[in-house]
Ligand binder design. Structure first.
Ligand code: ARG
Length: 420
């Protein structure tokens, strides 16, 4: 893509087509007296992005870019998250968080190539996304100045609607939702409205990727996922690019209600927030990947890796994708995946995904050692010496707390009752 430099000051806005960023085009022009170019980064949100891109021009943008980044998102970001079994606070597969550095990178490159002075985003001042986008921008091109209209102007949704009406700003045809949502290939986030009360059960209407409870099939579905070096490469033996594989699994697992997550999470900015997620593909792939790792990796490696995984997830959540620690963490994680090749079969049934079998040529699981049947090659007598040696440091350490009397009395009572 060749971009001519723009004469005069320009702000490049990360734009979604929603209320906030539609209004922001006008607001930036009025407030900063600069022209605005908009960028939609397609990371797999299931919306009419072309319509949104066209509408940006109608709403006063001088340029409107639509960047298809689906494969890059899958291959550079989701892939790393799979290898690292990334789950924030053990619950959230980091779908929104993973896309932010990529979005920041795309607006930074367009801004740099256009010679723009500013980049802008529609994040609020209370969330993680402003941090993630701005830390990525800082890492990539610290010369760019940031405009954050939503954070600066302090308008609420009603004010924005009134502002849009007064200036003839065109909004999406559909009614604005009661919830704030965000989506990409790795999941869908839903927050706000009545969900802000953590005791309220999420109503079925918030879900779009997971079928409604009363429609969950009565029969289980099975999917088999093939992995190579830690990454899913095929479904039922059919090879697919990761982006496609995620789309297919979102559909199949979503139909069985798999992937709903209701989480009161801890934002980097110190606020607790209640977020709901639909991440069918992520939930299935991460479970399958973890099960396969259990078959092929040693105990020591699994233990140490799980510590590194926690760090990976925290770095993604807090916005440090571009950092020296993250690079080293990713290098370590990738180095563990050489033997993570094989397949996992997953059962999908009424909201649950359960791994029902794993298989690999690189398996370090030996039936000849674990079996209780004939063919046992394990010398059970060796266990005596093992326990003797590992038991040396604990020998007698709890004798002072040991009291054998009460259990003996009860045993006696019972014997008497039986005899009577
Ligand atoms: N809590 C999630 C995160 O910080 C998602 C944030 C965006 N959520 C939303 N509903 N717009 O990664």
């Amino acid at each position: 893509m060749k971009l001519a430099h723009f004469d005069g000051d320009l702000a490049v806005l990360a734009y979604s087509g929603g209320l906030d960023t539609s209004v922001a085009i006008n607001w930036i022009k009025e407030k900063y007296a600069v022209e605005v170019a908009t960028v939609i980064v397609d990371v797999g949100q299931a919306e009419d992005l072309q319509e949104a891109a066209d509408r940006a021009l109608e709403n006063g943008a001088v340029r409107s870019f639509l960047v298809d980044a689906r494969d890059e998102f899958a291959d550079r970001f989701i892939a790393e998250a799979i290898k690292a079994n990334a789950m924030y606070e053990g619950r959230y597969p980091l779908s929104t968080a993973l896309a932010r550095p990529l979005i920041a990178q795309k607006i930074a490159s367009i801004a740099t190539r256009l010679g723009a002075k500013y980049v802008a985003h529609g994040c609020t001042g209370k969330g993680n996304d402003q941090v993630r986008i701005e830390l990525a921008l800082k890492a990539l091109n610290p010369a760019l100045s940031v405009i954050a209209p939503i954070r600066e102007w302090n308008m609420n949704r009603d004010d924005e609607v009134a502002y849009a009406a007064a200036r003839g700003i065109k909004l999406r045809k559909s009614q604005p939702s009661r919830y704030s949502t965000d989506e990409n290939l790795w999941g869908r986030s839903i927050e706000g409205g009545d969900l802000e009360d953590a005791s309220v059960e999420p109503p079925e209407e918030i879900y779009q990727w997971t079928s409604h409870m009363e429609k969950w099939p009565d029969k289980a579905s099975y999917v088999t996922i093939q992995f190579e070096h830690g990454l899913p490469v095929a479904l039922e033996g059919r090879r697919l690019p990761l982006s496609q594989l995620a789309i297919e699994l979102n559909r199949i697992a979503g139909a069985n209600g798999v992937g709903r997550i209701d989480h009161v999470e801890d934002r980097f900015v110190g606020i607790k927030s209640r977020e709901n997620y639909e991440c069918p593909a992520a939930v299935v792939i991460l479970q399958a990947h973890r099960a396969l790792e259990g078959l092929v990796l040693s105990r020591e490696l699994l233990q140490f890796k799980s510590f590194v995984e926690g760090k990976f997830s925290e770095l993604v959540y807090n916005g440090f994708w571009f950092s020296d620690l993250m690079e080293s963490v990713r290098t370590f994680v990738s180095s563990t995946q050489e033997n993570v090749t094989g397949e996992a079969r997953v059962r999908l049934y009424k909201g649950y995904a359960t791994v029902s079998g794993v298989k690999s040529d690189r398996s370090v699981y030996r039936t000849s050692l674990s079996t209780y049947s004939r063919g046992d090659s394990f010398d059970q007598r060796a266990a005596e010496g093992f326990i003797y040696i590992v038991g040396l440091p604990v020998s007698g350490v709890a004798s002072s707390e040991f009291d054998a009397s009460d259990v003996q009395e009860r045993t006696v009572e019972r014997k008497i009752q039986k005899a009577a």
